[in-house]
Design a protein around this ligand. Sequence first.
Ligand code: AMP
Length: 369
Amino acid sequence: MTTLTVLGGGQLGRMMALAAIPMGVDVRSLDPSAEATARNVSVLTVGGLGDPAALIAAATGSEVVTYEWEGVPASSTRALEHAGWIVRPSTAALEISQDRIAEKSLFTSLGIPVATHAAVSSRAELKAALEAVGTPAILKTCRGGYDGKGQTTIDGPDDAEPAWAALGPAGDLVLEGRVPFDRELSIIAVRSVDGEVRTWPLIENHHRGGILRTSYAPAPTITDELQATADGYARAILDHFDYVGVLTVELFQLGDQLLANEMAPRVHNSGHWTIEGAKTSQFENHVRAVLGWPLGETAAIAPSAMVNCIGALPDAATILGLPGVHFHRYGKSLRAGRKVGHITVTAPDAVTLHERVDALRRLLPDDVG
Ligand code: AMP
């Protein structure tokens, strides 16, 4: 029996386990909460992700350790590596993804364009950064931000002081020029132990309140050139780290240009559609990659959309009557702003997909999606 340990027991770990089980893989998870959603589909160790004893307890019995959250302390994955475990993706990739400035420096060194930005760690540096970057701009914490948390907009000089008051105490910051993007995209890629790279089609992402609400895949009206550019960015990052597993890069599209916003060294919310909409899901390919197995095909099998359920869930009996709809509930308690499930819609063509998404939206309570 092959056993895989996943650090973090959220919905990404749960869906990883759900992909691993048919391949005969036993999954062990580590999470601080006994209510972690991976509890139903894996052997859950309850403990801190920075707790050495908990890490050893969760990893014992597995040769390979992976993670479903980029907030896992790099000291934890490094300690497991030193103790002889294979950790995939490696600590090096995890560490860079935890620091927005290190991430942007890496992208730049690999020839991947990013937004104009400057490091900020004092009021004086914020002033200088605003002069260099200009407004409108976004001030972000370098570490620990997610779902739009840890960032604030600066539209003009008057916003500088409140922005500093809000984020100054949070540690190192980065000021980014606000990119006047046409749309947001993501590229999800996977690299095997042998260095084979496969990418899924580009995904179009819609956010509200800093949280991903809806994804469309394959993203409409993508040229071969744009897909090739995104594939090239992902490949450059993957090869740089000799990376094993799934990597996501969030992108801004401006005309025929793509800027990288950030990377996640893991499976991603914008890739949930791959469960029903692609030949191999991001979760299955991540498991295959980290266990050293050949990758599956990543082509889309149908135009797909994914609608997140944020803080509330629709009634299953109501939405499952629609054609092409699949419902995923994570078994989490409902709380405002919390991702508690998602709905995938597939269709034979793009027009039907939009009709189906519209029909679905009419059935959703206002607070879902
Ligand atoms: P992030 O935490 O960096 O993923 O940012 C969350 C969301 O804020 C992104 O998905 C964008 O919608 C928006 N955003 C972040 N950075 C920028 C930027 N430099 N320019 C324009 N929009 C941004």
